[in-house]
Design a protein around this ligand. Structure first.
Ligand SMILES: Cc1cc2nc3c(=O)[nH]c(=O)nc-3n(C[C@H](O)[C@H](O)[C@H](O)COP(=O)(O)OP(=O)(O)OC[C@H]3O[C@@H](n4cnc5c(N)ncnc54)[C@H](O)[C@@H]3O)c2cc1C
Length: 300
């Protein structure tokens, strides 16, 4: 039996074969993956990891796909979604959330409980797993600021708890994180005034609506912030605001975003990323580093 059939037999409706990744990424474009599964129990994770090992198949983990571009030719192997791991609890000044919980829901819950430290992460459209993996951040706050520890399994299926203090992390980077599947995370927050926190949260959400092109599919900032500068400032200063390739465009509202404004192919987006990098390099001598993650094969 081939590995796809084995997965289908085991996962039933929780396994989608030849599934278009356009349905699972916020860019709303991307070719198919061979198998898309929703493991939830320890047994299901062990099974999918065993299949990947036995058949020597690549395996990827996805949250809300809000930082990923998948090539038009699609991808071999398995994508495991954490979307159905969604429990969330508050105990004293700690919040514990499963990997598939929306980060924004955790921020809201923290504010409602009068707990400070995550309010500025409000509106980031990813999961807790994706936020830990990326050390997502905004307005001077980062996921690792309040993260205490997180529970993982490694690629052999062995469980472990990783403490923040044992890890090397930086801006949008956590060393060695790609060797783990994040199952849940625990945050240590500080008591604060509920009304004040809700006010900060609402201000942040309004700023996002005001400054970001949320009316179009995108995956947020394309590039990391270069030292002592902003990618959007460099892109803008190079005259690239509004530059388009096919259905992809450098947002007119926020030059750090590329938006899918008209049925963009992944190749349109990737070509535009490269044009922006080349032109910024030419004008400013700065090599912009991608923040977004590319998966699969591209047509060009
Ligand atoms: C409109 C918009 C605004 C944004 N604003 C911000 C912002 O202000 N700040 C910011 O930091 N980001 C921002 N982003 C980018 C994105 O939301 C974050 O990077 C987010 O943390 C990604 O979470 P996700 O669940 O979507 O991860 P995905 O995109 O699904 O995955 C990202 C990476 O994390 C890995 N991963 C995800 N879950 C797990 C897991 N459980 N275990 C192991 N690996 C995992 C994936 O394999 C992949 O490598 C924005 C995106 C959009 C579309």
């Amino acid at each position: 039996m081939d590995y796809k059939q084995e997965l289908k037999n085991f996962f039933g409706d929780n396994c989608l074969l030849d599934e278009p990744m356009s349905r699972h990424t916020t860019y709303r474009t991307g070719g198919p993956v061979e198998a898309y599964v929703y493991p939830q129990t320890h047994e299901e994770w062990s099974f999918v990891l065993k299949i990947a090992r036995t058949f020597n198949i690549p395996l990827h983990i996805i949250g809300f796909g809000s930082n990923i571009l998948v090539g038009g030719k699609g991808m071999g192997g398995i994508v495991c979604s954490t979307k159905r791991l969604g429990s969330l609890s508050v105990e004293g000044d700690h919040i514990r959330a499963e990997a598939g919980c929306a980060l924004d829901k955790v921020c809201e819950k923290a504010c409602e409980a009068g707990l400070a430290g995550m309010e500025k992460l409000s509106g980031i459209p990813g999961t807790i797993g994706g936020a830990v993996y990326m050390n997502a951040g905004a307005f001077g706050q980062e996921t690792f600021d309040t993260l205490e520890y997180f529970d993982v399994i490694d690629l052999e299926g062995r469980p472990a708890t990783l403490l923040k203090q044992d890890l090397h992390y930086a801006y949008r980077h956590v060393e060695g994180i790609e060797n783990y599947i994040i199952l849940s995370a625990s945050f240590a927050l500080q008591k604060n005034d509920f009304t004040k926190l809700m006010e900060t949260r609402n201000t942040i959400l309004h700023k996002r609506i005001e400054k970001q092109p949320l009316e179009f599919p995108s995956a947020g900032s394309v590039f990391k912030r270069p030292p002592n500068d902003y990618a959007s400032r460099l892109i803008d200063d190079t005259g690239l605001r509004g530059l388009s390739v096919g259905g992809a465009k450098v947002s007119e509202k926020h030059a750090g975003f590329i938006v899918n404004f008209n049925h963009a192919t992944p190749e349109d987006i990737r070509t535009l990323m490269q044009e922006v990098r080349d032109k910024v390099k030419e004008k400013h001598g700065v090599e912009l580093e991608l923040e977004q993650i590319l998966w699969g094969e591209f047509n060009v």
